[in-house]
Design a protein around this ligand. Sequence first.
Ligand SMILES: [Zn+2]
Length: 401
Amino acid sequence: MLKIKVNNSVSDLRNSSSKYIDVEVNCKKSDTVIDFDYKNKFAYKPFINSHDHLISNWFPRSGNHLPYTNSHIWVEENKNSESFLERNKIWENNGDFDLLNENAKLIVKMGMYKNIFSGVHILQDHIKQQKPEYYKMFDIYVIEQFTQCHSIILGNWWGGSTAEEEMKHSKGIIPFIIHLSEGIDNVSKSEFNILLEKDLLRMNTLIIHGICLTKDELSKISEVGASVCWCPSSNMYLIGQTLDVLSALEKGVNICLGTDSTMTGGIHLFDEFKHAKRACNKITGQVLYQMVTKNAEKALFLNDQSILHNQNNLLILEQMHDDIYENLLYQEIDNIDLLIHQSKPIYGNLAYFELFNLNSNDYEIFKIGNKEKFIIGHPQLLNSQIDEILGYHKNFPFLPF
Ligand SMILES: [Zn+2]
């Protein structure tokens, strides 16, 4: 066990009596304390991506009739899109949505790397509940405790119980997650009332999108203490509009942030920060940081979990802006200096790899520009396995090689 001390961090990481934060690292080096000089780097809690579909992180984005008036039209059309059909060559869904299939694993692991390369260490994978082995195969924390429904109109076509049964199973102590109001037409506008009629707006409800939610509806969400996940890049691409995020914040709604999959969303969470700012110029870096940390912890019921202990998790980013929060809006994959999840270094500059004396069998080493990096696992090998099945090289924009 090795300890890192960091002295230039966001305030919620620091103990008031110390200017340092301590992070413990599991590695072959022991009983050492490293006191870094972090003049040009900032430390953060690693991020939480509150909405993704790991199996759908294929590229390019799909959609022949943009913008859509509601997402349900896209859900059907997507099944014949170029991107979807190309992904079918790797894994064709036989209708059971079992992602433990060998080829499905190739794709969902790629989705994991999309998240790691933008500082994410916890994510919500919106799909029917998978078998426990699924959640164990990742190098970051893919949330296992949740209930869900695809959407109030289409229901759980991808598996799982009815929305009402799923909510009942949640017992109010784990999140109930549902796409809602993802559009601007009357169908989308009717969805919030259906949610109310079915008694599904509760404290543990996490609404994904909420594009056409009115101020009154946002007040109701705030009153019950439910949460909304904002996905600006996906919304602007698919529908051409997004959640009224300023009204939602004004009403006190707990807002978290999600990338959605790359079939509709941006490239990764760093990209999402930029899309969020573009969609709403008044949003600050500090508010975005809250959305991907404490607001997400609340929405996803992570508050008491040991997974969040600050001494086990750390994200260090290069300083690209004087303000520690605004700095988030200027980040690219290669700006991650170090990402530690559960005391395990999972991505960072090669200097740390050598310093921690990490096991080279567990990592891949690669170069971005003149920076040498290490990454947990074997993403280049995964990419080549996909290439072998396709018969040509598939370029994923969220990978740095
Ligand atoms: Zn989604």
